[in-house]
Design a protein around this ligand. Structure first.
Ligand SMILES: *Cc1c(COP(=O)(O)O)cnc(C)c1O
Length: 374
């Protein structure tokens, strides 16, 4: 640290230098986060001091959190759901499986997850000491429920289904997983970190939430397709009893108990999530999802015209394309400013059509893709 402090101007000239190195979202096709809605940013700034780690001091912010949980619960098929606003999908997934582990009390617990599960489950295996058993996928990259069933044994505590997989945007057959979970008396955690703010707004109806009786918990992230500010993740449980195994006593705060993983946590992100959900409403999100889906279909159709086929017809705003000489093409696209990513198995070009993308830029991308593959 400097001995003498710098002036505000000097500090901002340092910051401005660095922010220029950050990538602007305009040509970003690999991210599941996006520019937050302006109203979310405004609300975030208004509540910048609020610490929900000690919510006795921030009663209004705490009420906002309860309202956000009610809205998310309603969106996920159960207005009575309980939970809290986390730092993101990773924390939500950790806490959901921590509850399952603490309630099931097995010496060598295992959880059956799809091979397509997000890498947060690798962290969970390490932190919680749970074995992750990876079930195979079918030809459409949904989990194969026969494979799931074959991996269940007396030490299994939970199943995980993905509603909107990170690589393919695919939705597992949650209804079948729900039946399996009920017949084997297991927790079923649905990871809808990305899909939670997409699937309810698709024209095609897909069952994936608390409307299925076997679903015990859901991850749904306002800081992805919810257009809220970072860090806002959502963890929902069907029953209040699921929060109890997460509680610890907090002797020196204004509250008695805390069930979050982090101590100090952002009230600003909660206010932001509330503001943007109240402002957009169901109709606002539907418009946004409709537009993202139109761009997704356009990119797939445009790629087909170039002789590039999708690995699977997109369910959500994620396209996976079978691009020849993938690494070389991605490198050339990057030289033109495009940030893309890959699917691992099978290998393909992965493109996420987030709200920051524009119809005009999709046409530029398709023309650049054409140049890069020829
Ligand atoms: C993004 C994502 C996560 C992780 O969420 P973070 O907010 O990055 O911690 C987990 N699961 C799925 C399916 C995701 O798309």
């Amino acid at each position: 640290m400097n001995r003498k402090g710098l002036s505000e101007d000097e500090v901002f000239s340092l910051l401005n230098m660095e922010i220029q190195k950050d990538t602007s979202y305009d040509k970003v096709l690999n991210a599941m986060c996006t520019r937050p809605h302006p109203i979310a940013v405004k609300a975030h700034m208004q509540f910048i001091e609020a610490n929900l780690g000690d919510f006795g001091l921030f009663k209004g912010t705490k009420e906002l959190e309860e309202k956000v949980i009610n809205i998310l619960g309603d969106l996920m098929g159960s207005p009575d759901a309980c939970g809290y606003i986390t730092t993101g999908g990773t924390e939500s997934n950790i806490q959901a499986l921590r509850t399952a582990r603490n309630l099931k009390r097995k010496k060598h617990p295992n959880v059956v997850i799809p091979a397509s599960a997000h890498f947060s489950f690798d962290k969970i295996a390490d932190i919680l000491g749970i074995e992750m058993r990876k079930a195979q996928l079918d030809t459409e990259f949904k989990v194969d429920t026969c494979s799931v069933e074959s991996l269940i044994d007396e030490n299994t505590i939970a199943l995980v289904g993905i509603a909107g997989s990170t690589e393919f945007g695919q939705v597992d057959p949650i209804n079948k997983l729900s039946d399996l979970a009920m017949s084997h008396d297991l927790f079923l955690h649905v990871d809808a970190a990305f899909g939670g703010f997409v699937i309810p707004f698709l024209d095609r109806k897909i069952d994936f939430n608390f409307s299925l009786n076997g679903v015990t918990s859901i991850t749904i992230d306002p800081h992805k397709m919810g257009l809220s500010t970072i860090p806002a993740g959502g963890l929902l449980f069907r029953e209040e009893a699921c929060l109890l195994p997460l509680e610890v006593d907090t002797p020196y705060l204004t509250i008695r108990k805390q069930h979050s993983l982090t101590g100090t946590r952002s009230g600003a992100a909660v206010a932001a999530a509330y503001a943007v959900m109240m402002h957009l409403g169901m109709e606002g999100y539907k418009k946004i999802v409709d537009r993202c889906m139109r761009m997704t279909h356009r990119i797939v159709e445009g790629a087909k015209e170039l002789g590039v086929e999708p690995l699977v017809e997109p369910v959500m705003n994620v396209a996976a394309l079978e691009v020849p000489e993938l690494d070389a093409v991605r490198k050339k696209l990057h030289e033109k400013g495009w940030v893309t990513s890959i699917t691992r198995n099978p290998r393909g070009m992965r493109l996420i059509l987030m709200p920051h993308m524009t119809e005009e830029n999709i046409e530029v991308f398709l023309s650049d893709l054409g140049d890069c593959i020829s």
